[in-house]
Ligand binder design. Structure first.
Ligand code: CS2
Ligand code: MG
Length: 412
């Protein structure tokens, strides 16, 4: 079974997505997600101009060899663009292999290790009443774990906080804090770390007071703190028993986490911007973190992430794969198959895609009892509607740039 074609499809049903479609000589079709938020066209070009021509005529079953061919053979290793492109090829080939076997993908990855994958949703509000509404909505929708983000007094807008509380979970508008805004250039936001550090503990105290001890609570600091600020935050949140505190420092410096770890018992998660196992080398071996965040879409596909998770398992570190709306339903479906199969699954981020997005991708995984279960259809369980996709052409959209109050650029 040879690869006959590899087509890149860019569609924008509410936000931009890049999808790779591989077709074999027997007419089997597989899909992979290559969406890189705000840099979509560079991955599309990498695939179209440099990878697709190399795939034609290759053995569609040789997944590991194709991964090594694109990773080692490309000479220029790693990086988000390269690893998203490799991820899309890898995921599409796994989709094909599972379809040919007539099995849902998780069966090829070792079969089920659990009944479903626990997920967390995104609750947010600019103040406590709005935040409480959002948490309550999530609990009523069946979530058992929620990420909590709020506005900070004195700041106009804060990353991760919806400005509209009106729409309900999974509806367009509910997640209108979608960070990539449609425009020719990025929006700019402002940030005050001291105000944030003063405010956040009081938010978690209030949420625990209102919703009790059982619900799992998570928080994302989005790489904005220095190690000592992060240590202080982790310590101040200890009474509220977080499931995890995410991305406290910029991710490039693995040593920063050593400082944080020495000061707090709040569990730490990091890695949504990492793209290979090497980014976790010290973090995992020195047990500086509790959860690895790389999504299949950005870290070399199922092959790349499974390798990271096997390494993490040696040190009791679990998965917490990135699952915002900019990971497409194809990337999410792959994550749920892998999550069901691996032993060291921790939690899956689940920021529900809009209705329009779901119409284009036709995912068939199922949400119930606070968790996702993969489709039982052969392959990933995606029904990509190309005609509908073509009705939603690409529109430029960018993540915001973050500035401190003195005007200097800060981490985002
Ligand atoms: C966030 C994301 O989901 C998360 O944890 O950090 O919203 C992230 O900012 C975007 O995916 C960036 O593309
Ligand atoms: Mg994050």
């Amino acid at each position: 079974m040879l690869i006959e074609r590899a087509d890149v499809i860019i569609t924008s049903p509410g936000r931009n997505f890049v999808t790779l479609k591989i077709t074999t000589s027997d007419g089997v079709v597989g899909h992979g997600d290559a969406t890189l938020n705000g840099r979509e066209l560079s991955v599309a070009s990498y695939l179209d101009d440099h990878v697709a021509p190399l795939l034609v005529g290759r053995d569609a079953h040789a997944i590991e060899d194709t991964w090594q061919y694109l990773y080692r053979g490309g000479y220029w290793r790693r990086g988000p663009v390269t690893m998203a492109a490799i991820a899309a090829v890898d995921t599409a080939l796994w989709d094909i292999k599972a379809k040919v076997a007539g099995l849902p993908l998780y069966q090829l990855l070792g079969g089920p290790s659990r009944r479903r994958c626990l997920v967390y949703g995104h609750a947010s509000g600019k103040d406590l009443p709005e935040l409480f509404d959002s948490v309550r909505e999530h609990l009523e929708a069946g979530f058992r774990a929620v990420r909590v983000q709020t506005g900070v007094p004195g700041l106009d807008s804060v990353y991760g906080v919806a400005s509209s509380a009106a729409a309900s979970v999974g509806e367009p508008g509910r997640y209108d804090y979608e960070p990539a805004r449609r425009a020719a250039s990025p929006a700019e936001e402002s940030w005050d770390t001291r105000a944030y550090l003063r405010h956040v503990p009081s938010v978690f105290e209030a949420v625990r007071g209102e919703f009790g001890e059982e619900v799992a609570l998570l928080h994302d600091a989005h790489h904005r703190l220095t190690p000592i600020q992060a240590a202080k935050l982790g310590k101040s949140l200890e009474p509220y028993d977080l499931f995890w505190l995410e991305d406290v420092t910029p991710a490039e410096n693995q040593e920063a986490l050593r400082w944080v770890r020495h000061h707090t018992t709040t569990p730490l998660a990091i890695g949504e911007v990492f793209n290979t196992i090497w980014d976790y080398q010290h973090l995992v071996r020195e047990q500086l973190i509790d959860y690895v965040r790389s999504p299949i879409t950005h870290a070399g596909g199922i092959t790349g992430v499974r390798r990271i998770l096997d390494y993490a398992a040696l040190y009791q570190v679990k998965s917490g794969m990135h699952g915002p709306t900019d990971v497409s339903p194809v990337g999410l479906a792959a994550a749920v198959h892998l999550g069901l199969a691996v032993h060291n699954f921790g939690i899956q981020e689940y920021m529900v895609h809009s209705e329009r997005t779901r119409e284009v991708f036709g995912p068939t995984h199922e949400f119930a009892q606070g968790g996702l279960r993969p489709s039982e259809e052969p392959g990933l369980g995606i029904h990509f509607d190309e005609e509908l996709a073509a009705e939603h052409p690409y529109e430029p959209a960018y993540l915001p740039v973050n500035r401190l109050l003195d005007g200097s650029v800060h981490d985002w």
